[in-house]
Ligand binder design. Structure first.
Ligand code: FAD
Length: 434
């Protein structure tokens, strides 16, 4: 029976592990230790190690719309507020968008248009002049752009938010053990069915009444069965280095998501980086046992590389919007890993067969960062109730799981690929240029 002073271990100090530490502390738990393999938080292994993430509440499914609205209220509190920027959100498709992208946009718009929380801040946009009303800096043709503007959204500085919540939790008594030796958990320790703690890379074991695994894309490295329904997948990220004048020129532009090409944010004033992400299915790294995990030593991961197809999309996005940037070099290119599920549902549940000694937080499916202010509350509810009553967040037994999907997810356009094929294609290209 878990009491408020029972030892609890959280493995992973990313967006969900930190939110869990925060809310468990708020709920009165006094004996929490977070193990994190990075030397400091934000961890470069976290999907949230980034200058910005979209915070928006429109979903095809009203269940997540409601949760994201609650999260946006959380972003407006003193702890999270310094990292939130309500720049508004413009969603569009170009004249060449496939039907799937247009349908997704219409569904997302429907989910917010009628909701009294959003209605006054939503405007349908049709044609270049409408888009320039919200982003006067556009000098590209915006060919066939259609979409909408949503006032109640924007972005959060994700790396800074991780650092802020880490410092806050540490001040409130949560212990953090960091680093590749003391902080990296190598395996779970079991006595019979029950997990009694974790073993770290420095050879130590640490006991706990409850172990909460919040490992992002790395979940199946400690919980192998998770890999049967959660897929480690990555997307490309690229940046353009701007001058001070260019950064100031683009200050305040809305977070903009062109569903058939990609999305971008106002430039980061500190680094003057303008971040872009292509929208697509993403890439897997599937081992011979069928489980996809990030490459084991991903530092340096395949850095300074994004697939040619993604680069093409991003350059097209720039030609349509800010053509003066379209041929500039991309810097800090990377592949960023997350934990994906077939139905984009999270998994927040006890691991079956462990006598409620292991909780797994996984399946963020690329839309989990925005929930950081409220996520940990759902873990507190789980622990207080002793079971996950929401079917959609339950552990999926292997017979219900099917990892052969990817392209069918409604909000992803295009085709997936295996990382090794991409790297091979890149090597061929480099060799051909020599
Ligand atoms: C390119 C990209 C764009 C995204 N954009 C958005 C967006 O716009 N909006 C949004 O809401 N979400 C977005 N996401 C998703 C969001 O980043 C994730 O949902 C969120 O980071 C998930 O949090 P997490 O704690 O589960 O995992 P992570 O934040 O990845 O954290 C996992 C942590 O576990 C640690 N760890 C791993 N293995 C071990 C080990 N063995 N021992 C100790 N520690 C370990 C890692 O170092 C890391 O700190 C995006 C993701 C990607 C990849």
């Amino acid at each position: 029976m878990l009491t408020k002073d029972s030892p609890v271990i959280i493995v992973g100090g990313g967006a969900w592990g930190l939110s869990t530490a925060l809310h468990m502390t708020d709920a009165g738990h006094t004996n929490i230790t977070v193990y994190e393999r990075a030397e400091q938080i934000p961890s470069p292994y976290s999907a949230a190690w980034d200058i910005n993430k979209i915070v928006r509440a429109e979903y095809e499914d009203p269940f997540y719309t409601k949760l994201a609205l609650e999260a946006i209220r959380g972003w407006k509190t003193p702890l999270f507020g310094p990292y939130f920027h309500q720049t508004g959100y413009v969603v569009a498709t170009t004249g060449r968008a496939p039907a799937k992208a247009v349908e997704h946009l219409e569904k997302a718009l429907l989910s917010v248009q009628a909701d009294p929380a959003f209605a006054p801040g939503i405007k349908r946009l049709s044609g270049a002049a409408d888009f320039r009303d919200y982003t006067w800096q556009y000098s590209g043709p915006l060919s066939g752009f259609k979409g909408y503007w949503n006032r109640l959204a924007g972005y959060a500085h994700s790396a800074d938010a991780l650092r802020g919540v880490w410092e806050h939790c540490a001040r409130r008594g949560v212990r953090f053990v960091l680093g590749e030796e003391a902080g990296r958990v190598e395996r779970m320790v079991y006595q019979g069915r029950k997990c009694t703690g974790v073993a770290t890379a420095d050879g130590q074991t640490h006991e706990a009444e409850l172990v909460i695994c919040a490992l992002g894309a790395h979940g199946a490295s400690l919980l192998p069965d998770l890999g049967k329904f959660v897929v480690g997948r990555c997307w490309s990220v690229a940046h353009v280095q701007l001058s001070e004048e260019e950064t100031n020129f683009l200050r305040g532009i809305p977070t903009t998501n062109v569903r058939d090409l990609g999305f971008f944010f106002e430039p980061d004033p500190k680094t003057r980086l303008f971040k872009l992400c292509p929208l697509g299915v993403g890439y897997t790294n599937t081992r011979s046992d069928g489980v996809s995990l990030p490459p084991p030593d991903r530092l340096p991961p395949p850095q300074d590389f994004i697939p040619a197809e993604d680069e093409k999309k991003l350059r097209q996005l720039l030609r349509e919007t800010f053509p003066w940037m379209a041929e500039r070099p991309f810097v800090e290119q990377k592949l960023c890993w997350f934990a994906d599920t077939a139905d984009s549902e999270y998994c927040i549940d006890y691991v079956p067969g462990t006598d409620n000694s292991v909780v797994v937080l996984s399946g963020d499916s690329g839309h989990g960062f925005k929930m950081m202010p409220v996520f940990g509350k759902w873990v507190v509810d789980l622990v207080e109730q002793g079971k996950q009553s929401l079917a959609r967040w339950q552990w999926k037994s292997p017979d219900k799981a099917d990892t052969n999907w990817g392209d069918s997810v409604s909000w992803r356009i295009g085709k997936g690929a295996e990382l090794r094929d991409l790297l091979e294609a890149k090597d061929k290209l480099v060799r051909a240029r020599l």
